[in-house]
Structures are given as structure tokens and as C-alpha cells.
Design a protein around this ligand. Structure first.
Ligand SMILES: Cc1cc2nc3c(=O)[nH]c(=O)nc-3n(C[C@H](O)[C@H](O)[C@H](O)COP(=O)(O)O)c2cc1C
Length: 146
């Protein structure tokens, strides 16, 4: 069974704070380790853009669970691709809060990859969303190494 990478966007439920998201993700990261899932989740302006990578069956099962989670809505599948190697192998789920940290450099990456500096994953093409997450990951690694 090949590994795949799946990208989707969604809208956070109105009452979800960033603190609540951190709690969801603490649990999710433990489960992702058990299931061999890695990835990145970007949260901003009440929207999510998440990449899940791992064994095809495991990623599909997780996506179906996530899509039914009442803590967000309007899940839109953006892309599914077979992968030779993982783009986020070191992260059981890297969470990036768009509104904190080096927002200027992140916005520059977003502008270069999508033509807009407003984080709105629901309107990104598959190519834009993939390239943006790869470049965002590279920036986060660089910032972590500083
Ligand atoms: C935006 C968002 C992203 C999520 N990402 C993950 C994830 O990467 N892994 C995970 O196990 N659950 C994730 N969840 C939670 C799942 O929807 C679901 O609650 C969880 O898989 C159930 O955990 P369980 O298998 O321990 O019952 C996410 C939820 C939301 C709202």
C-alpha cells in the first residue's frame, strides 16, 4: 500500500479558540504516532489547512473521522497524491497559528505562492496549497533553528 498526502481546508466552529485547538491536537498527536501519520495544520482567520501523510488506508480513515468532527465544518478535499517520501516526516502534526510568530515572513510566503496575503485556504488550488505548505514548513524549520 503506497503512502499518500491528503490536503483539506475547513472552517473552525464559532466557539473554537486557539487554546481549544491545542487541546484537540495534543490528543491527535498521540493518535497520529500510533497510526504512523505525520503532517502540518495551519490555523488562521477561523480556517484550517491541514496536510495528512502516511499509509493510504490510515490517512483515509483519519480524514473520514476528521470530516465528521463537529468542531469544524465545510471540509473541502483539496488534493490527494501518492508520495515517494514524506514532506513533514518529523512532525506528528505541526500546528502553525497564523496570527502569532513571524507573520510578516509567513505572509510573504503566502503572497508568493498564492498571489494573496490573506490566509484563505478554501480558495487555494491544489498546487497553491501544496507549495504553500511545503514553503511554510521550510520557514518554520528555519525559525525553529534560530
Ligand atoms: C482541524 C482538526 C484537525 C484534526 N486533526 C487530527 C489529526 O491529525 N489526528 C487525529 O487523530 N485527530 C485529529 N482531529 C480530531 C479528530 O477529528 C477526532 O476527534 C479524533 O481522530 C478522534 O480520536 P480517537 O481516535 O482517539 O477517538 C482533528 C480535529 C480537527 C477539528
Amino acid at each position: 500500500m503506497p503512502d499518500i498526502r491528503l490536503l483539506y481546508s475547513s472552517a473552525a466552529s464559532a466557539d473554537k479558540s486557539y487554546g481549544a485547538l491545542v487541546e484537540i491536537m495534543n490528543h491527535a498527536q498521540t493518535r497520529n504516532i500510533e497510526r504512523g501519520i505525520t503532517g502540518i495544520l495551519c490555523y488562521g482567520s477561523g480556517q484550517f489547512l491541514q496536510a495528512l501523510e502516511g499509509e493510504r488506508r490510515a490517512v483515509n480513515a483519519l480524514y473520514h473521522r476528521i470530516a465528521q468532527d463537529a468542531r469544524h465544518a465545510d471540509c473541502q478535499l483539496i488534493d490527494v497524491a501518492e508520495i515517494e517520501s514524506r514532506a513533514f516526516p518529523e512532525w506528528t502534526m505541526k500546528v502553525v497559528n497564523w496570527e502569532t510568530g513571524d507573520t510578516a515572513r509567513r505572509r510573504a510566503v503566502l503572497q508568493a505562492d498564492t498571489g494573496s496575503d490573506v490566509f484563505d485556504p478554501a480558495v487555494m488550488t491544489a498546487a497553491q496549497a501544496t507549495t504553500f505548505l511545503l514553503h511554510l514548513a521550510a520557514l518554520e524549520r528555519e525559525l525553529a533553528a534560530d
